[in-house]
Design a protein around this ligand. Sequence first.
Ligand SMILES: NC(=O)c1ccc[n+]([C@@H]2O[C@H](COP(=O)([O-])OP(=O)(O)OC[C@H]3O[C@@H](n4cnc5c(N)ncnc54)[C@H](O)[C@@H]3O)[C@@H](O)[C@H]2O)c1
Ligand SMILES: [Zn+2]
Length: 356
Amino acid sequence: VRSVQVNLGDRSYPIHVKSGLMKQAASILSDQNRGQKWIIVSQYNLMEFFGFDLIAQLKDADFDIDFVTLPVGEVAKSMNEFSRVISQMIELNCDRQTTILALGGGVVGDVAGFVASSIMRGIEYYQIPTTLLAMVDSSIGGKTGINIAEGKNLVGSIYQPKGVLIDPDILESLPKKEIISGLGEVIKYGAIWDRNFLNEISSWLENIDSFPFEEAIAKSCEIKAEVVSRDEREGDLRRILNFGHTIGHALESHLGYGKIRHGEAVALGMKCAGFISQKLELLQTEDLLLLSDTIDRLPMPEIPHINGNHLMSFIKTDKKTEKGILNFVVLEELGKATTSTLVTEELIQESLKVLN
Ligand SMILES: NC(=O)c1ccc[n+]([C@@H]2O[C@H](COP(=O)([O-])OP(=O)(O)OC[C@H]3O[C@@H](n4cnc5c(N)ncnc54)[C@H](O)[C@@H]3O)[C@@H](O)[C@H]2O)c1
Ligand SMILES: [Zn+2]
């Protein structure tokens, strides 16, 4: 088992990455079993894929285990579902000792983590991510939350799990589109932190079918863990994780949710941000080419022509603006990211041409 540590003092925790890890879940968790109630928070389809096997395994090892499910999709990240999960847990006699296992993608992880942070003023939880996006991104770093009518992720907390269990074998049942989306975030880690890793990803993408997920996930986790360990609450460093996201989020809103996956939008956003970085005379042309070529190796959905003014309206409401000034993540070189306040609206509009 490869273990990556998130170092946050007494809130430190390990991320375990290994093919076949799910089968060892009981032995990994057993020293945390003090006879308390354990609750799997998941979705019904995922319970059928792996959840019921996990329950059987944990019961065999004398865990007192139950489960609650969320609906599929962003609708699960709502006040209603949040309070329903809490009520169900109380009905199941959960108390301060209860431990949650968040089994699912980012949606499950965000809601289950937020429930863990607030029920009984906070109980322990583990992340068991099942999408590539959740394995390399949302399960690490403790950001939890739900959506309200006024916007996405507007209610939540930073609340770290006790551990993260990642079994890349679980990706076998994940639809290809979701894999591609997760690969967008994997490319991001190479771009912002490790040029060598980006080179490797680029050559791995020549044949997606033999992509070494375990290795790529472990490396991505190492990078996210390092960034979070140095900057838990999004000061300047953690912001670099938003590389490609300013334009990416705007593309998601502009095209409408469901038309493009998050990681796909981020991949396109990184192409634009790369172009901008080069225009600001930070990124060398050959580096921009490697980044763009790597992104172009991902099969992408057809996107319609982008209306620059409409897209800008979403960028202006981006949470990353402070007092009206946009903090845009740029690359100084491949493997080194920073934020810039020099990115103008004109430059963003010009960068959109790399999309068509
Ligand atoms: N907390 C963070 O730091 C953070 C970071 C990035 C994204 N997010 C959040 O993550 C969410 C998106 O997460 P996501 O992309 O994982 O989507 P998701 O959780 O909606 O999962 C996508 C779909 O795949 C299904 N699925 C999951 N694992 C499967 C598997 N192994 N086999 C078959 N089907 C499977 C799910 O049931 C779901 O229908 C967004 O709400 C976003 O805001 C949070
Ligand atoms: Zn992202």
